[in-house]
Design a protein around this ligand. Structure first.
Ligand SMILES: Cc1ncc(COP(=O)(O)O)c(C=O)c1O
Length: 275
């Protein structure tokens, strides 16, 4: 089980494992995207084994509160699910002083019994090419199963990647602070632009990540990613892959001037579409 829209590989890992995936839509409540616990309770069954959480959420940009994470963990505990918490965007939370990231690693012990936490420096420090990521698994039996699934072909992390990750985590904090303030400017620009210039489109308040999911349904635009790629020559992600058709995902992890250029091209393209 996972909640959508979500980072699209979550919707396919079930196929790799030859198991079914239950995708429960997130709900928009009191001005933010959150979990539809009622629906999750309705759909969970004794066949359900794993819940995959994406926190901070790609593509919704939520930094879930401690209360929300605890509620998810209690749900998993109640139904004996392994909770997999993908926290790869956890160092990309804006306004950390208002709401610090709450890692599932900080859950009370009872709720950490069947927990796998995934993290990596690849997003924040832009070192995805190093291929370094890690899982924190306290439960020895789950850890053993997890390690066994890598089989005989998945290679070890290379030496250079260990040094890169160590350097990022040990010395990267001033850089991360600069990055967050740069990204928050991009986030504000795109948020204001969508709300004031792209009539009928909507964008949620983004608390984390460098990704924005834009809803084009009220603008009457179908398959916006396909249209924008052709008409505006702007490559955005198709929301359908995340479980959000007629949405597109804009990546603003790039120079401010590039964000503005992309938004201007998108606006011109929308104007042509609506004419
Ligand atoms: C939620 C989430 N998990 C995992 C990944 C994969 O990251 P990497 O391949 O750098 O480990 C991504 C990349 O977009 C992501 O957004």
């Amino acid at each position: 089980m996972t909640c959508t829209p979500v980072y699209y590989p979550f919707l396919h890992v079930g196929k790799d494992a030859r198991i079914d995936t239950l995708a429960i839509p997130h709900i928009y409540q009191e001005g933010r995207w959150t979990f539809d616990f009622e629906e999750m309770e309705k759909q969970v069954s004794t066949k359900t084994k794993i819940y995959i959480l994406c926190n901070p959420q790609n593509p919704l940009g939520r930094n879930f509160t401690k209360e929300e994470v605890i509620k998810v963990a209690e749900f998993c505990d109640r139904h004996q699910l392994v909770l997999v918490s993908d926290e790869i965007h956890c160092d990309l939370v804006f306004n950390e002083s208002d709401q610090a990231f709450f890692s599932a690693l900080n859950l009370p012990e009872k709720l950490r019994q069947k927990l796998i936490v995934l993290q990596a420096p690849s997003k924040t420090y832009n070192i995805a090419g190093m291929g370094y990521a890690f899982a924190v698994i306290e439960n020895p039996s789950i850890r053993k199963t997890f390690c066994a699934t890598r089989g005989h072909t998945l290679s070890e992390i290379n030496c250079l990647a260990f040094y890169a990750a160590e350097a990022a985590y040990k010395h990267g904090e001033p850089w991360r602070q600069e990055l967050l303030s740069y990204l928050s400017k991009n986030r504000d620009t795109i948020t204001q632009f969508v709300r004031s210039e792209l009539s009928g489109c909507s964008i949620p308040d983004i608390e984390a990540t460098y990704l924005a999911l834009i809803d084009t349904r009220s603008a009457g635009m179908k398959n916006p990613a396909q249209y924008l790629e052709k008409d505006a020559q702007v490559w955005v992600n198709d929301g359908a892959a995340f479980g959000a058709p007629d949405h597109f995902r804009f990546n603003y992890g790039c120079p401010h001037a590039r964000v503005l250029e992309g938004l201007d091209k998108i606006k011109a393209s929308f104007d042509r579409y609506q004419r």
